[in-house]
Design a protein around this ligand. Structure first.
Ligand SMILES: NC(=O)C1=CN([C@@H]2O[C@H](COP(=O)(O)OP(=O)(O)OC[C@H]3O[C@@H](n4cnc5c(N)ncnc54)[C@H](O)[C@@H]3O)[C@@H](O)[C@H]2O)[C@H](O)CC1
Ligand SMILES: [K+]
Length: 462
């Protein structure tokens, strides 16, 4: 059982292909199932302190994992009972079922136990749960002290992240992803139904284009560093200057060496912020590492003209956020040479790109490919994508749902992007990671100013 940071995420079809490749390379379904079931048994035993476990088994290989886990737990002398929705149907599950010598109760009238180990369905779900199965899981999960799900809470769609009623009402305490994570482990509503997620590694090779975000490697200043080598961020101010100031504080506190606000009133905020008039020549300064436009920009003609000038000048890396996203033609970005990071929330994303096919992960990658940019799709889990890669950030915190936190994120990303030679995708990822870390440091019911200030301790620990 291992932590999920940096781990690949595979759709159900990709998982089947990876499993097939492992089998072609000399493994077998039975061997993989044995490893999965024993891993589930070991994790369960470690967690439940001797309490009786009821394992509910379905007809496919998820059920097979359950029979292996039951046999392993019983072999260790752990109190365990088994209930099933019907007989096993795959060869591997039939063999696993044959290894279990104890009785098997019918799922619909099984007696509850303090621990429910859910092995009914995993990635093979083909339709929503029948009402009597959802009702049985609701009854058994409510009567249990703890629910553990094998691979996914049964009834979850691995790819779309739809979750069954029983698990939305009674989320698992622990979900043990088998072989690899699936999109549902990271996307809501399913992610909330999974509880804590750990991986049981089955030794299967997996593509890593889509992963859970890992702790970033952040640049540290050295003896030769000065403010420009740390990265200079230019921020275009507009109608609501407070938003641009929040972004400026965030940029400074998350590592930028120099932050200048262009076109504001010339006042307000920490003295470390430099105030400059808006002049296109000043924004062409080659010492600037990244320009941020959008927080508090307004949506009038002047705002539109400033955005257009920056996109067409193509002299610097850009972060485009907030109001600027409402003035943007994403297809115009394809002509640019310098990287662009867009930071839409779901509504802004929809206005820019409509609803591309697939899960949120697919949509973010499709949009990034279409515009030739990096997309940071903000939400309860935040997705960072370019045309080829997707990183999913699970560490955010619901207290981030307050005004100004998006401005703070945009400034944080701009600071990472401004660092000379920063890889743009890694910079966007690092910005999201630092922002989430700052949210945990800021505690509960913080305001955006607190969050921006918490970036200093967040950056100090990274
Ligand atoms: N990926 C791996 O390396 C390994 C995964 N393992 C486990 O296998 C399952 C996936 O197994 P599969 O047999 O494909 O599917 P399921 O067990 O999830 O269920 C398929 C089974 O259920 C029927 N079915 C589907 N939906 C419903 C429904 N709504 N109601 C009733 N019945 C339904 C379907 O017809 C099939 O009969 C994976 O999650 C892991 O747990 C192995 O351990 C090997 C390694
Ligand atoms: K399950």
């Amino acid at each position: 059982m291992i932590a999920i940071d940096g781990q690949p995420i595979l759709t159900a079809a990709q998982m089947r292909a990876a499993e097939d490749a492992a089998i072609a390379a000399g493994s077998s379904v039975t061997a993989l199932m044995q490893r999965a079931g024993e891993g589930i048994a070991a994790a369960t035993r470690r967690l439940v302190a001797g309490a009786e476990v009821l394992i509910v088994c379905g007809p496919g290989n998820n059920g097979g994992d359950g029979y292996v886990a039951a046999t392993a737990l019983a072999g260790l002398g752990h109190p365990v009972r088994v209930a099933a929705s019907g007989p096993p149907k795959t060869d591997a599950a039939i063999a696993a079922r044959a290894g279990w010598t104890g009785p098997i109760e019918a799922l619909t009238d099984a007696t509850p136990a303090p621990i429910l180990l859910d092995c009914l369905f995993g990635t093979g779900l083909t339709r929503p749960l029948a009402p009597e199965i959802d009702a049985a899981l609701a009854r058994l999960s409510h009567a249990a002290r703890l629910v553990i799900a094998a691979d996914l809470p049964s009834g979850t769609n691995a790819d779309t992240a739809e979750a069954p009623d029983w698990a939305k009402a009674r989320p698992a305490a622990l979900t043990l992803a088998l072989g690899a994570l699936k999109p549902a482990h990271g996307l809501h509503p399913a992610a909330a139904a999974c509880g804590t997620i750990r991986l049981i590694d089955l030794g299967i090779d997996r593509p890593d284009a889509v992963t859970v975000a890992a702790r970033p490697a952040l640049p540290q200043p050295g003896p030769a560093s000065h403010k420009y080598t740390r990265g200079m961020v230019a921020i275009v101010a507009g109608a609501m200057e407070g938003a641009a100031r929040l972004a400026a504080v965030a940029a400074l506190r998350s590592g930028a060496g120099y932050v200048a606000l262009y076109g504001g009133s010339g006042q307000g905020g920490p003295d470390a912020i430099v105030h400059r008039p808006y002049e296109p020549e000043a924004l062409a300064d080659e010492r600037i590492g990244a320009i941020l436009i959008g927080p508090g920009l307004g949506r009038d003609d002047e705002a539109r003209a400033h955005l257009q000038a920056l996109i067409e000048a193509d002299t610097h890396r850009l972060v485009i956020d907030g109001d600027a996203l409402h003035l943007l033609d994403p297809d115009a970005l394809r002509r640019r040479h310098n990287p662009v990071v867009l930071t839409p929330h779901a509504g802004e994303f929809h206005a820019l790109f409509g609803t591309p096919d697939g899960s949120l992960l697919d949509r973010a990658r499709t949009a990034a490919a279409r515009a030739g940019v990096i997309v940071v799709l903000k939400g309860p889990t935040t997705i960072v994508a370019d045309a080829a890669r997707v990183r999913i950030h699970l560490a955010g915190n619901p207290w981030l749902s307050t005004a100004g936190t998006g401005d703070v994120l945009a400034g944080t990303i701009a600071a990472q992007l401004a660092h000379p030679h920063a890889d743009p995708m890694a910079a966007a990822d690092a910005g999201v990671w630092l922002h989430a870390r700052a949210a945990w440091i800021a505690g509960k019911s913080f305001i955006a100013d607190d969050l921006a200030n918490a970036l200093t301790p967040a950056r100090a620990g990274a």
